[in-house]
Design a binder for this molecule. Structure first.
Ligand SMILES: Cc1cc2nc3c(=O)[nH]c(=O)nc-3n(C[C@H](O)[C@H](O)[C@H](O)COP(=O)(O)OP(=O)(O)OC[C@H]3O[C@@H](n4cnc5c(N)ncnc54)[C@H](O)[C@@H]3O)c2cc1C
Length: 399
């Protein structure tokens, strides 16, 4: 063999693909699974029914180290890789979507923007408590008249001396009005660019600031034990230094934050689908009709086989997108694909899982009913399925 050819084989060996999780990641999965089964599973249905955010389970998640997982240790984080964080979201979603939402939004939408774009002062001021799970931060992007078209935000922030004066409102904001909600990153219009386009910036506003009110929203179909809020800003004044990362950077920060957020929504889809599939498999093996477990009817066995296959495919897409992020490679397209596919896989899985449960699947006593409701958010939040298809279509050059 020619030496040059030999070298290229050796090089190829060095970059061989590896689908195995590390020992640390496997231990993390086991630890989170044990925690969720013990602390969250027993209360999930009750909290869902009462539409109640639980400070107790929140605090337990914080103590376990589920906040600030990818933040460096100097700010109180755990310094882990993104795949590890996503495994934790997946494990929580396997049992309960609401808790996965609190934890995923707390990390990706709350902690993320401060960690990636905050000044040293802002990071030192807020991150330690957020990473300990003692406080929650939220991300206020969506407005009553600006949802998918987030750039159409009408909330304004005007500089008056050394203060920003904020006016406007936000809707559907996760984690913004709990007893431990510390503040929100608000995207607001701060002026016009020379090309006539809006100048959008992100500004940090602490809960309790005069002129800022966060009101919980009730009556949700899904994620009922997670906190969702409407935010009102009326001549709300905050220091000039509360600007995040630079004037006019808001739109870019929002897009990057949503890219990362989509990975946790994707993980929520994989975990939720896994939980629903496990419930359906168990039920199908136990339920006897016509003298046989219903899992042995080919139609049900094939449904379960399809579920197992689609969940595995969704998991690979989500992990691959996380791997790209961990490698500091571009991951926008992979994140949109992972979020879109995993959320739609969960939709198909919960639908068939309820079908396998027959009439019992429609009763609150059976957890599958909660999975069926919780799934629907995943094709809407952090960019609807239609918007993901738009993002992918643009990134592959179709539009
Ligand atoms: C429980 C919950 C938690 C949330 N948490 C947060 C949060 O923490 N922070 C935050 O900022 N937001 C949050 N959101 C808001 C969420 O991101 C938006 O609901 C979502 O982006 C869709 O916006 P919209 O509801 O205004 O729908 P719209 O934008 O009005 O869309 C309605 C329909 O039109 C379709 N559509 C719109 N534009 C297009 C287009 N160009 N092409 C094709 N179809 C289109 C959509 O796909 C959808 O089917 C949350 C929402 C919920 C329900």
């Amino acid at each position: 063999m020619k030496p040059a050819l030999k070298k290229s084989f050796a090089q190829r060996e060095a970059i061989v693909m590896d689908f195995e999780l590390s020992m640390e990641q496997e231990i993390l999965r086991k630890t989170v699974r044990t925690f969720v089964e013990k602390e969250i599973a027993p209360v999930a249905r009750e909290l869902d029914e009462a539409e109640e955010f639980s400070p107790e389970t929140m605090s337990a998640m914080g103590e376990l180290g589920l906040f600030g997982m990818v933040v460096s240790e100097e700010y109180g984080g755990k310094g882990m890789d993104y795949i590890s964080y996503i495994i934790a979201v997946e494990e929580i979603a396997r049992v309960d979507g609401s808790h996965a939402a609190t934890m995923g939004a707390g990390n990706s939408l709350g902690i993320g923007p401060i960690y990636y774009y905050g000044s040293e002062n802002q990071k030192r001021k807020y991150l330690p408590d957020l990473c300990a799970g003692k406080a929650l931060w939220s991300f206020g992007l969506t407005e009553p008249n600006a949802g998918s078209d987030a750039g159409g935000a009408q909330t304004t922030a005007v500089l008056d001396g050394n203060e920003w004066v904020i006016n406007g409102s936000k809707i559907f904001i996760t984690n913004a009005s709990t007893a431990i909600s510390r503040g929100v990153t608000v995207m607001a219009k701060t002026g016009n660019r020379v090309n006539g386009r809006k100048e959008l910036s992100c500004i940090l506003v602490e809960n309790g600031t005069r002129g800022f009110e966060a009101k919980p929203m009730y009556g949700k179909m899904m994620w009922r034990a997670s906190n969702t809020s409407e935010l009102y800003f009326e001549d709300c004044r905050v220091p000039k230094d509360n600007l995040l990362g630079g004037r006019g950077k808001g739109f870019h920060q929002m897009l990057e934050t949503l890219d990362a957020g989509r990975l946790s929504v994707g993980a929520g889809g994989v975990g939720g689908a896994q939980g629903a599939y496990e419930l359906a498999l168990k039920y199908a093996k136990e339920r006897v009709q016509f003298g046989r477990p219903i899992s042995t009817f080919q139609v049900n066995a094939f449904k379960l086989a399809d579920m197992a296959m689609e969940i595995e495919a969704a998991r690979l897409l989500v992990y691959q997108a996380c791997w790209l992020k961990d490698q500091h490679k571009s991951f926008s397209k992979a994140a949109a694909m992972a979020k879109l596919y995993a959320s739609e896989v969960m939709g198909r899985v919960v639908n068939e899982a309820v079908q396998i449960h027959g009439g019992y699947g429609l009763m609150k006593e059976y957890s599958i009913e909660r999975f069926y409701r919780d799934q629907k958010l995943l094709t809407i939040g952090e960019g609807t399925s239609e918007i993901q298809r738009l993002v992918i279509a643009r990134l592959i050059g179709a539009i």
